[in-house]
Write a protein that binds this ligand. Structure first.
Ligand SMILES: [Zn+2]
Length: 1044
């Protein structure tokens, strides 16, 4: 799965509305007082239950939400009333139930209500033809409440699924219910009288639950009791006898579920066509644990089975699943409905099952083996997907070749699912890109955008083998799945699009970013034991994806490419159509490494990689040379940014692959001379180095996931080399030197004077990856100093450094420009404008003016939009701001909207700032759900706006909290944003006072504690570094003048 950056924001504020498995006591009557009463939710003390009518009410259609407390003593529940705006047409909404009686509630009443609105007959009609399970005596809803740590949430190991037949009829244009039949052929592994599978938010039609032997000669016990456990998401059928090990049975049931509004399970999305028509589509998001919301199943990745999938759809829609269509027929007695049956899948995990039902069309081609490859999108945007189709073909061919294993399925679809989620998923045979405008796949946009398209497709196509053909045995190995696909996306693009320079641009950027994250004391190992679905969802983070990718890159380099490919091939071949653990992969790679002689016989990949996957963080390697320079003691310790905190009792040590080169014979591509620093020793001695007047540099091409610190003499030698002829040192290692020294300064291991010394050569640096590394690193320093008297000097110093490169590259709207400008220039230009470079500011203002005059024809390249708008707004007035706000409301495409929402914070006018902040919380119908965060966050990053933001947050605290759903994560995020760059005692005291004022609210108290820690760190940074930087700037900069 790929999560676009927006998703990280989106996850937090999302209001949770969902329908849970219902029990009699949770449903309450409603009087249907008026036509505005469109949904009822009964809210138990712990969870929200939203009936399906609510699902169709968009955030922008909602006037208000009122909660009425029912008698809590009696019912423990609440009725929530959703009032919909007048202008929303009545026929787009359904009325809630009108005839349920609280006391007299019966499951059948609920059933009839859930089926109401589906005016046509449904596949549930077939129930009449089945024999009800007359043996069923009891249905128990059990074990309410929170999960406890002691509860085993894994399925019993008594049964495994062999084959599913799933029939699903979603009423996308009805009441949003899903009617389903699931038949599961099972094999009994150990004698048992219970069948437990996963089911969440599903109303099982109990009397249809049956079990029968697959072999006619056998007899089967009957289901006599069903136990529903919402907390473990279990549905257990108890039998009146034992199932026999080795025997096979068919277990089946009819059920009703609901198309969800949030991105879990089988969800419904609405979108607007260009003629204003509102349309609907439905698609799945099952990873990691949501297949169980669409059909009862054995929802663990290792429990693979084959699938026959049957989807009911309305005639004007198209249905897509993992396999090609077997046949389409008319649904009996259901006017307008068709039934699509798909071919049987190979064995696969439940989370990879795909259902899509939407009004979409395709463009197609075939690969060399005649396998159809298609891209699907809405009719309006299908013409934009040719580039995506070409790239899919090429990437698909690349991976077939790379893995040396034919693509395992008979077709590959890439489906642009109309929804505004901005993410993608590796459905087997059907990759889903959740993107309403198909802009994630568009071929008409900028090269940076194409790069993004390439990354998404390469990532998901890599999963078709690594993840889908061989699947992680359990979610603990998620990092391997995601890290591998993330690594492979770069390998594929480096081959297919060498001009994109992925290795220097993207790999370095991701590596530096994730190293920054992983240097926090409270980071986590890539391999984390996880059990509960909530824990599983949480590990889809950057550590899993990007650290995973970085350590796999390191491994490929120490094994060599050939051996790496050989090991991967045997891993995939040995485990195909099955599941595997990271140890299985290590074993295949060790075997290949030993065979090829690239790994010492007494060393295994497991030994090396366990140190990188089971420990959080990474080491800093100190290289201390002796007096004559010919020997160095190389030692390791965990690198942590916060200098006052210890790593505790644990002795953090890694197996560190060391490769170095020297000034005597610089060779940055060398793959020999590998030295291991063992995890059993703190240090090792490296001999045969040149004399003390020649530098050495470690971690060639920064393939190792660690930092390097040198003695003063070696740092000085490196600095002299950079000043005299920087190109002797490879560009990746120049970026590495900058990244390492600034992070060492931030951690207190080196001084800022040394870090700044290493920047003086940059006037000659023409490679943007190095510049971008510098920009990543000076951001914090710049923000810390933004309200001090040295800020102008710092700004002017950096301007003087970037002036030669900026003058060479120039500044033009890259829509009419070449790759170099489009891909690489925006960061540099952003900084030039941000620091007030006159030519940059004037250029940006000019572009903005042209855009304002004719927004239709004088468009801005999306990569430049933020910096052009921000600069023009910062140096303009109300007119510029209003224009951007208008554009934000009119423009399509989430990227453009993101750029504008950030740029709007750049204004300097106090009234506008206030208005903008107010928009973040009082304009739900004008902004998207994640915009509120973005407004606060971008405001926090503007120099001098901290105080305004902080005052605003304090003043509107309860509104902010309610808006983000009273969740701890959201509360903490707001606190940390509002105080992001606080760095003096007075500000620290203000945060403490705020905490005191909220001392009775434990959530705020905890979040404020984090903000206090953050502020204290900033204060400490100022105390330690302000003078050093001031003195350095005085000595090196203030006496010079540069005409810019
Ligand atoms: Zn993925």
């Amino acid at each position: 799965m790929i999560l676009q950056s927006r998703w990280y924001l989106f996850l937090v504020p999302m209001q949770v509305l969902y329908m849970v498995n219902t029990s009699p006591t949770q449903w309450f009557p409603d009087r249907v007082p008026s036509k505005f009463w469109h949904g009822i939710a009964s809210v138990s003390k712990d969870d929200v239950v939203a009936v399906n009518a609510i699902n169709e009410i968009g955030r922008s259609d909602l006037e208000s939400r009122e909660t009425t407390e029912l008698d809590p003593e009696k019912t423990g529940a609440t009725i929530v009333q959703y009032i919909v705006k007048d202008e929303v047409p009545d026929n787009s909404l359904k009325e809630g139930p009108s005839s349920l009686e609280t006391e007299n509630y019966e499951p059948t009443t609920l059933f009839s209500w859930l089926t109401e609105g589906t005016t046509e007959a449904s596949l549930l009609e077939d129930i009449e033809e089945t024999t009800p399970n007359s043996a069923l005596e009891t249905v128990v809803r059990d074990k309410e409440g929170e999960l406890s740590d002691e509860m085993d949430i894994r399925l019993p190991d008594t049964i495994r699924p062999l084959h599913y037949t799933i029939k699903i009829q979603p009423f996308i244009h009805g009441n949003l219910s899903i009617h389903g039949l699931v038949e599961i052929d099972i094999e009994v592994l150990k004698n048992t009288s219970e069948i437990t599978l996963h089911s969440a938010d599903i109303q099982c039609i109990y009397h249809t639950v049956t079990i029968s032997p697959l072999d006619d000669d056998d007899v089967s016990p009957q289901v006599v009791m069903i136990v529903v456990e919402p907390n473990r998401q279990f549905l257990t059928a108890t039998l009146n006898g034992s199932l026999t090990a080795g025997k096979k049975y068919r277990y089946s049931m009819y059920y009703i579920a609901t198309l969800t509004k949030e991105a879990k399970g089988f969800f419904m999305s609405t979108y607007t066509e260009s003629d204003g028509k509102i349309k609907r589509a439905a698609a799945t998001i099952f990873q990691p644990t949501h297949a169980r919301r669409a059909f009862p199943c054995f929802d663990e990745p290792a429990l693979k089975a084959t699938f026959d999938i049957v989807l009911f759809r309305e005639r004007n829609m198209t249905a897509i699943s993992n396999m090609p269509l077997r046949q389409t027929s008319n649904s009996k007695e259901q006017e307008g409905w068709l039934v699509d049956e798909f071919e049987t899948t190979p064995p696969m995990s439940t989370y990879l099952v795909i259902f899509v039902i939407a009004e979409i069309e395709s463009v197609a081609s075939t690969n060399n083996d005649g396998i159809p490859i298609r891209v699907w999108a809405r009719n309006e945007v299908i013409h934009q997907t040719k580039f995506a189709l070409q790239l899919t073909e090429k990437t698909h061919a690349f991976f077939e070749d790379m893995f040396n294993i034919s693509y395992p399925l008979p077709k590959l679809d890439v489906v642009a699912v109309p929804s505004g989620l901005s993410m993608a998923f590796e459905g087997w045979g059907a990759i889903l890109v959740y993107d309403e405008a198909a802009s994630l796949l568009a071929n008409s946009s900028t090269i940076s955008h194409r790069n993004n398209v390439g990354r998404i497709l390469a990532h998901e196509i890599a999963h078709q083998w690594f993840g889908n053909l061989v699947t992680p045995h359990w979610w603990t190995d998620l990092w391997l799945n995601e890290g591998f696909a993330s690594y492979m996306e770069n390998v594929a693009l480096a081959c297919i699009k060498p001009e994109w320079n992925v290795e220097t641009e993207q790999v370095l950027k991701d590596l530096h970013e994730v190293m920054r994250l992983d240097s926090q004391l409270n980071s986590h190992p890539v391999s984390v034991p996880v059990y509960h679905p909530d824990e599983i969802s949480k590990i889809f983070d950057r550590i899993s994806y990007e650290k995973g990718s970085s350590i796999i890159r390191m491994m490929k380099h120490f094994l060599t490419e050939e051996t790496f490919k050989k090991g991967i091939f045997s891993f995939l071949s040995d485990h195909k159509f099955g599941s595997a653990t990271q140890d299985d992969l290590w074993e295949s790679l060790s075997r290949a490494g030993h065979e090829d002689g690239v790994l010492p016989r007494n060393l295994t990949v497991k030994a090396i990689m366990d140190s990188w996957t089971l420990l959080m963080g990474y080491p800093v390697i100190s290289v201390i040379r002796n007096v004559d320079g010919t020997q160095a003691e190389v030692s390791q310790e965990r690198f942590i940014l916060s200098r006052n905190e210890s790593t505790g009792e644990h002795d953090y040590k890694w197996w560190v692959p060391l490769r170095y080169t020297t000034q005597v014979k610089p060779n940055f591509t060398s793959t020999d001379s590998l030295i291991w620093l063992k995890n059993s020793s703190s240090s090792t001695v490296v001999s045969d180095l040149p004399d003390k007047d020649h530098w050495v540099i470690f971690n060639l091409q920064q393939t190792g996931f660690y930092r390097v610190h040198y003695d003063d003499n070696n740092w000085d030698l490196l600095n002299q080399q950079l000043l005299s002829d920087h190109e002797v040192i490879d560009v990746v290692n120049r970026a590495q030197v900058i990244d390492d020294i600034f992070n060492l300064a931030l951690s207190g291991k080196a001084s800022y004077a040394k870090a700044l010394n290493m920047t003086t050569y940059l006037q000659k640096e023409m490679e943007l990856p190095v510049w971008n590394t510098l920009f990543e690193n000076i951001n914090y320093m710049n923000a810390m100093l933004s309200n001090t008297d040295v800020h102008d000097e710092l700004k002017n110093y950096i301007l003087s450094l970037l002036e030669p490169l900026f003058a060479q590259l120039g500044f033009e709207n890259p829509l009419s420009s070449n790759f170099w400008h489009e891909m690489k220039n925006p960061e540099l230009t952003h900084w030039a404008c941000e620091l007030g470079h006159v030519y940059c500011v004037e250029g940006a203002k000019e572009l903005y003016k042209t855009w304002m005059l004719d927004p239709q024809h004088n468009q801005l390249a999306s990569s430049y939009m933020k910096l052009v708008c921000c600069t023009a707004i910062a140096h303009g007035g109300q007119q510029e701001w209003e224009f951007a706000w208008q554009q934000f409301k009119e423009i399509e495409g989430n990227d453009q909207k993101d750029n504008l929402i950030k740029a709007l914070s750049c204004n300097k006018d106090f009234t506008l700032k206030d208005r903008y902040l107010n928009l973040s919380i009082y304009s739900a119908n004008e902004i998207r759900s994640h915009d509120s965060y973005m407004i606060l966050d971008s405001m926090a990053s503007r120099p001098g706006k901290q105080k305004i933001l902080w005052d605003f947050c304090r003043q509107h605290w309860s509104k902010l909290q309610s808006m983000f759903g009273y969740q701890y994560d959201a509360t903490e995020a707001i606190m940390l944003i509002a105080t992001k760059y606080f760095n003096n005692e007075e500000e620290l005291n203000e945060v403490k006072a705020f905490q005191k004022d909220h001392e009775n609210d434990s959530m705020v108290k905890r979040a404020a504690e984090k903000a206090i820690e953050q502020t204290a760190r900033n204060v400490e940074w100022m105390e330690k570094n302000y003078d050093i930087i001031r003195v350095w700037l005085n000595e090196h900069w203030s006496r010079q003048t540069v005409d810019i």
